[in-house]
Design a protein around this ligand. Structure first.
Ligand code: PMP
Length: 403
C-alpha cells in the first residue's frame, strides 16, 4: 500500500480555480475579473518601462554575479523599502530602531513576521478583518499561531466599513492579540478607514495592549501617491507603536513572479535590534536560507536612483489612473442603464478591487451566461475592465441584477 494513500484532497484555492475556468473558456467575449494583477487597456500584463530599462542595465553589467545574497537580503533594497514605507526622514529610521528584511514577496514577509511574533514574543491569537485576504489565515496558522478571530469590517447594507462593529470587536480582543491591518486599498472591499478612524483604531490597540501587524501590498496603487498610501502606518509609528509591516512589490512594480518583499520592523529602542535581527536570521535560515536577487535588485536600483524613481512614480500613476477611469466608466454605465441599486461604491472604493455587492447567485449567473468571471464574494479586479469590455460588462451586470 502507498504511504500516501490516506492523504485527503485539499480544497481548491478559489481565486486560482476561477481564473483557470476563465482561461479555459473559449468564449470570445469572456471577461477575467479574478486574480489581482494589473492589465493594460488591451487586457495584457504590463512590464513597467522602468523595470525593463533596469533589467537591460543589469544584463549588461559584468560586475553582477549569481552569488548568494545574505540571509536578510540586499541591504540597499531593504533600507530603501523601509524608507519608502516610513518616509525617508522618519525619526525611527534616523534613530536606528526601524529596519527591513528582504522576503519572498508580501506573503513571505507575513510569514516571517508572524513566525517571529509566535516564536519570540509568544503571541498565539491573531485577528483579521471580516472579510480579508483569505491567505492571512493559512499563513498565520502555518507560522505557529493557534487562535484565529475576526473583527467586523464590512457593512453590506451600506457598502461601507462597519466602524462601530470594528471598534467593538477590537475592544473585546484579549491582550497581546495580533491585529492584521491592511495599510491601504483593503482587499477585498476597497474601503479604507478615514484618518480619523485610523486614529481611533490606534487608540484601542494601545489601550487594549494589542499588536499591530500591517500588510502593505498596494502602496502607490491605491491613490497613485506613495506617501498618501502609507499614511496609516506612519501614523502608528509616529504615535510610538512597536509594529511590523509586510510590504509587497508585486503590484506596484508589476513584479508578481519575482517575489520581492520586505518586512519592516519598528522597535521602541535600537538596543534590541541586533537580538531581533539575529532571531529573524535563524527563522529565514531554517525556512529558505536566503532570498532571490533579481527582483530585489531591480527595486533597489530604482528606489535608490532619483531619476528612475521619478520614472517609476509615473508608471504607478498610469496604473492608478487607468483603474480610476474604469471605476467611473463602469459606474456611469450602470447608472445610465438604470441598474437597480446604488453604484457609488464603485468609485468610492479604492485600489485594485471593488466589492460589488453582487450575490453568489448573481455571480454564478454572470459566469454561466455572460462568461464574466469573478469571485463568489462579488469581488472584481478593476484591472480586468478595459475600454473594450466595459460596455459588455455593464450590460451583463445590468441584466443579471434585473433577474
Ligand atoms: N496581502 C494582500 C492583502 C494581498 O492582496 C496580497 C496579494 N494578493 C498579498 C498580501 C501578498 O502578495 P505577494 O505575496 O504576491 O506579494
Amino acid at each position: 500500500a502507498s504511504r500516501f494513500a490516506d492523504v485527503k484532497l485539499g480544497p481548491p484555492i478559489e481565486v486560482f480555480a476561477v481564473n483557470k475556468a476563465c482561461v479555459d473558456d473559449p468564449h470570445p467575449d469572456k471577461v477575467n475579473l479574478t486574480i489581482g494583477a494589473y492589465r493594460t487597456d488591451e487586457g495584457k500584463p504590463w512590464v513597467l518601462p522602468v523595470v525593463r530599462k533596469t533589467e537591460r542595465q543589469m544584463a549588461a553589467d559584468e560586475t553582477l554575479n549569481h552569488e548568494y545574497l545574505p540571509v536578510l537580503g540586499l541591504e540597499a533594497f531593504s533600507s530603501a523599502a523601509t524608507s519608502m514605507l516610513l518616509g525617508p526622514d522618519h525619526p525611527a529610521i534616523a534613530e536606528g530602531r526601524a529596519f527591513g528584511v528582504q522576503t519572498l514577496s508580501g506573503t513571505g514577509a507575513l510569514r516571517v513576521g508572524a513566525e517571529f511574533l509566535s516564536r519570540q514574543l509568544k503571541y498565539s491569537t491573531f485577528y483579521m478583518s471580516n472579510p480579508s485576504w483569505e491567505n492571512h489565515r493559512l499563513v498565520f496558522f502555518n507560522a505557529g499561531f493557534t487562535e484565529f478571530r475576526e473583527y467586523r469590517y464590512w457593512d453590506a447594507a451600506n457598502r461601507t466599513i462597519d466602524f462601530s462593529g470594528l471598534i467593538e470587536d477590537l475592544k473585546a480582543a484579549p491582550e497581546n492579540s495580533v491585529i492584521i491591518l491592511h495599510a491601504c486599498a483593503h482587499n477585498p472591499t476597497g474601503c479604507d478607514p478615514t484618518h480619523e478612524q485610523w486614529e481611533k483604531i490606534a487608540d484601542v490597540i494601545k489601550e487594549k495592549k494589542l499588536f499591530p501587524f500591517f500588510d502593505s501590498a498596494y502602496q502607490g496603487f491605491a491613490s497613485g501617491d506613495l506617501d498618501k498610501d502609507a499614511w496609516a502606518v506612519r501614523c502608528f509609528v509616529s504615535r510610538g507603536f512597536e509594529l511590523v509591516c509586510a510590504q509587497s512589490f508585486a503590484k506596484n512594480f508589476g513584479l508578481y513572479n519575482e517575489r520581492v518583499g520586505n518586512l519592516t520592523m519598528v522597535l521602541k529602542d535600537k538596543q534590541f535590534v541586533p537580538q531581533v535581527k539575529s532571531q529573524v536570521t535563524l527563522i529565514v535560515r531554517g525556512m529558505y536560507s536566503n532570498p532571490p536577487n533579481h527582483g530585489g535588485r531591480i527595486v533597489s536600483t530604482v528606489l535608490n536612483n532619483p531619476q528612475l524613481f521619478e520614472e517609476w512614480k509615473e508608471c504607478i500613476r498610469t496604473m492608478a489612473n487607468r483603474i480610476l477611469s474604469m471605476r467611473s466608466g463602469l459606474k456611469q454605465r450602470l447608472q445610465a442603464l438604470g441598474t437597480p441599486g446604488t453604484w457609488d461604491h464603485i468609485t468610492t472604493q479604492i485600489g485594485m478591487f471593488s466589492y460589488t455587492g453582487l450575490t453568489p447567485r448573481q455571480v454564478e449567473h454572470l459566469v454561466n451566461h455572460y462568461h464574466v468571471y469573478l469571485l463568489k464574494s462579488g469581488r472584481i479586479n478593476m484591472c480586468g475592465v478595459t475600454s473594450h469590455n466595459i460596455d459588455y460588462l455593464a450590460k451583463a451586470i445590468h441584466e443579471t441584477v434585473l433577474l
